[in-house]
Write a protein that binds this ligand. Structure first.
Ligand SMILES: Cc1cc2nc3c(=O)[nH]c(=O)nc-3n(C[C@H](O)[C@H](O)[C@H](O)COP(=O)(O)OP(=O)(O)OC[C@H]3O[C@@H](n4cnc5c(N)ncnc54)[C@H](O)[C@@H]3O)c2cc1C
Ligand code: SF4
Length: 330
């Protein structure tokens, strides 16, 4: 591993200034992804700026029933917060579905959003990979890709985004706040992760040197009737092969409001807006849920080994929306 410097930051402007002092500096959250990648030689920062002492560890409630949580709140603390569990069960469930208890105790909101893909070619520095080394190629297209993207991929990269939490945030229109040397800014999650296109190495729309400071979930009563479901190859301690965050409001058998986001199918959490449009105003039935899933998945472009994800995602949409319907809406 390359030798590196380490600094602790105690205020936001100090953290941004420290990062700006070295073009090869990186922020350090819990270190559960960055340090692994440093050991593998994928990341080679000259300086780590530890953000865990910043005053960004709170969970607050915004006017009208929204939630705002700081970038250094740990995944464990966010999942256990009674108001998070009450106002947005899918968010708490998505966090608890990730990693292990020990990792969640270390991992932070900011680091979770910026964790890198688990594509095996990306983490092996002896292999070509357009994301790690632009222009070197994407061996996954012809190689091992059973857990790669079926939606929105390009020939340049077919990796999926690994975060469970980000799927729930995508379903509920989270807004990510950040700070740069030029001042604060905000990005809706729909713009936070750009489409992969021919620039897979550009993973977020954050300006250079930006420190994530907080995430806001806008008020929306439907989030209280929500669920996260994750399918993985073993019962715990594994990344998703498919996941869904959903919320549903049904009245008199008609879908009044619905939120759907899919995970482990694209380079970013996939907001299923086509399915949502098909569902709104229609019957809350298994047939309608399947038709909505089919409409969304019509854009899928599976490769030789990941076609199973189309069926998996269809079944997940139908199962989770049926459960939410049977449990009753508000
Ligand atoms: C064995 C294992 C299993 C896992 N399983 C899952 C899983 O099933 N589901 C899942 O979602 N995740 C899983 N994870 C990933 C885990 O959730 C992430 O490693 C974790 O969320 C990253 O958070 P961190 O604070 O440790 O980030 P770090 O590793 O500290 O940082 C990650 C990146 O974020 C940047 N960063 C950190 N904080 C900020 C900030 N405030 N502003 C700007 N940049 C910042 C860092 O510079 C770095 O680039 C697993 C990890 C491991 C090791
Ligand atoms: S899928 Fe993306 S991350 Fe994986 S090898 Fe191809 S370019 Fe690299």
């Amino acid at each position: 591993m390359r030798e590196f410097g380490y600094e602790r930051a105690f205020d936001v402007s100090g953290a941004v200034a420290l990062l700006g002092s070295d073009p090869e500096a990186r922020f350090l959250g819990g270190g559960t992804n960055l340090v692994d990648l440093m050991k593998a030689g994928v990341e080679r920062p000259a300086l780590l700026v530890d953000v865990r002492d910043l005053p960004l560890g709170g969970v607050e409630f915004t006017d009208g029933g929204g939630l705002r949580f700081g970038a250094t709140v740990t995944n464990s603390d966010l999942a256990a917060h009674p108001e998070v569990r009450r106002r947005c069960p899918a968010l708490a469930q998505s966090l608890l579905a990730g990693a292990s208890g020990q990792l969640r105790n270390m991992a932070t909101v900011g680091g979770n959003l910026l964790q890198r893909t688990r594509c095996g070619y990306f983490t092996d520095i002896n292999k070509p990979c357009n994301k790690r080394s632009p222009g070197s190629g994407c061996p996954a297209v012809e190689g091992e890709h059973h857990n790669h993207a079926i939606l929105g991929a390009s020939a340049h990269c077919i990796a999926t985004h690994p975060s469970d939490m980000a799927v729930a945030l995508a379903a509920f229109d989270a807004v990510i706040s950040y700070e740069t040397a030029d001042g604060p800014g905000e990005l809706p999650i729909s713009e936070f992760y750009p489409p992969v296109g021919d620039t897979p190495h550009i993973e977020t729309a954050l300006p250079p040197g930006a420190l994530i400071t907080a995430v806001t979930l806008p008020p929306s009563p439907v989030t209280a009737h929500s669920r996260y479901r994750k399918v993985r190859e073993r019962a715990s301690y594994a990344f998703a092969i498919g996941s869904i965050a959903a919320a549903l409001d049904v009245r008199d058998g008609v879908v009044r409001e619905v939120r759907l986001a899919l995970g482990a199918v694209a380079s970013r959490p996939w907001r299923a807006r086509t399915a949502e449009r098909v569902l709104i105003g229609g019957p809350a039935s298994a047939e309608a849920f399947a038709a909505a899933a089919d409409a969304e998945l019509a854009a899928a472009e599976p490769l030789a080994e990941n076609g199973y994800k189309v069926t998996l995602m269809r079944n997940l949409v139908v199962a989770v929306l049926t459960e939410l319907t049977e449990e009753g809406s508000r």
